[in-house]
Write a protein that binds this ligand. Structure first.
Ligand code: PLP
Length: 412
């Protein structure tokens, strides 16, 4: 066995070489660079080049990089206590759960380490509800074009009867129905036809990975009512929209509804891995003792950082900034619609924004990167724009100037 130098600082070439040699090839690394430092709205790569960050690690670092309160919370909690396990009560988890419930709806919180795990929790919660309360109903409705994570239902792989018990037959394809978004007629018909078999309707209020599509208010409100009338859980996946991204702490607030459950992750820890499923009090008993768990889930460090993140969101003037900056961004982006033939539509809510092109958009991402701006491309032809929620007007203007120049260069 050769020895490893634990204190190296690598060039981009060396990072790429080691990545190819040692890291499993699941990612394509389309940005092509590596970051070494971040401060506020800026990132710096390993070669020292500065970038304005309109990507936020895919809607994660909503408070920007190196936020003093977040850094201090991590330092303090790391010194004090990082992890004990869920064999113990945990002050930080209890305080975060209280804060999340106080700012959303009366309920109970299950902590996870990622958005996918929050989806897993949705799945198990929905199935358990169906088994216990709705004559073993096991069908879950989601949307075409939705995204809820990449796990393959971990419990399917676990060879223990007691872990499988309580959720019905595991995952026949007919147990998921994917509906077109915003089509109330089809939703009504589906519930008319199969309502007895359906335990839950899970949706993103703004489809993120699917290309920044905002759900209509009338559709969401009517869907919420339909679910209530038919004993179907109405569950929002706010992994990408939650924690201020849309200008409210949670996107469901725009729709003037209260969901039965809500999944969170991404920005909840501002970069520290943590997720959550909040289940309304009426249904909280459907994931009971021993039915779900996680070693890391809700550990002292993760929940302390998330508590600090939520505190920053509600005590600083950040949501007001999202609303103000959103107006500015949308005004500028809508000019792109007029200015560039390749821009077909601008969509979004708050600072969760997308620019639709009439062709694949990845080259705009590269043009922007080369000019010092980070955005990404989702659903092939959508440029996704997600700046930090506390972005200044000056940086917003500077970044949008770069984006404009990048689309101009792309269009040729
Ligand atoms: C709405 C939504 N749900 C779930 C996930 C999965 O989250 P994670 O990548 O943290 O597992 C994502 C990730 O993009 C998402 O956007």
């Amino acid at each position: 066995m050769s020895s490893v130098d634990f204190f190296q600082s690598l060039s981009l070439d060396e990072i790429q070489k080691k990545t190819r040699e040692y890291v499993l090839g699941t990612y394509a690394y389309p940005m092509g660079i590596a970051m070494s430092f971040g401060q506020g709205e800026y990132l710096y790569d390993t070669e020292g080049k500065q970038y304005i960050d309109f990507l936020c690690g895919i809607s994660v670092t909503n408070l920007g990089h190196g936020d003093a309160d977040i850094v201090e919370a991590i330092r303090d909690q790391a010194e004090r206590l990082m992890h004990t396990s869920n064999l113990f009560y945990n002050q930080e988890a209890a305080l975060l759960a209280e804060a999340l419930v106080n700012y959303s709806f009366p309920g109970k919180v299950f902590f996870t380490n990622s958005g996918t795990e929050a989806s897993e929790a949705i799945f198990k919660f929905a199935r358990s509800y169906g088994q216990q309360a709705k004559n073993e109903a096991s069908v879950i409705i989601t949307h075409e074009n939705s995204f809820h994570g990449r796990s393959t239902a971990g419990m399917l792989m676990t060879g223990q009867e007691k872990i499988h018990t309580g959720f019905g037959a595991l995952l026949p394809e007919s147990d998921l129905i994917y509906l077109p978004r915003n089509d109330l007629d089809i939703l009504e018909k589906t519930i008319d036809d199969r309502g007895q078999d359906i335990c839950a309707f899970a949706l993103e209020l703004v489809q993120g990975e699917g290309g920044i599509h905002v759900m209509d208010k009338e559709y969401v409100q009517a869907a919420r009512d339909l679910c209530k009338e038919n004993d179907i859980l109405f569950i929002v996946d706010e992994v990408q929209t939650g924690i201020g991204r849309t200008g409210k702490l949670f996107a469901y607030e725009h729709y003037e509804i209260i969901p039965d459950a809500m999944a969170l992750a991404k920005a909840l820890g501002n970069g520290f891995p943590i997720g959550a499923l909040i289940i309304g009090d009426e249904f909280a008993s459907y994931l009971g003792p021993g039915q779900h768990g996680s070693t890391f889930g809700g550990n002292h460090l993760a929940t302390r950082v998330a508590f600090e993140t939520v505190k920053a969101l509600v005590t600083r003037d950040i949501l007001a900034n999202v609303v103000a900056q959103s107006e500015y961004f949308l005004r500028r982006l809508r000019l792109f619609e007029k200015q560039f033939a390749c821009v077909t539509e601008v969509r979004g809510l708050g600072l969760h924004l997308g620019i639709e092109l009439d062709r694949p958009a990845q080259q705009v991402v590269i043009e922007a990167r080369d000019r010092g701006l980070l955005v990404n491309c989702t659903a092939e032809s959508t440029i996704r724009v997600m700046p930090p929620l506390n972005i200044s007007l000056e940086r917003a203007a500077e970044g949008l100037d770069i984006l404009e120049a990048s689309i101009a260069a792309f269009q040729g």
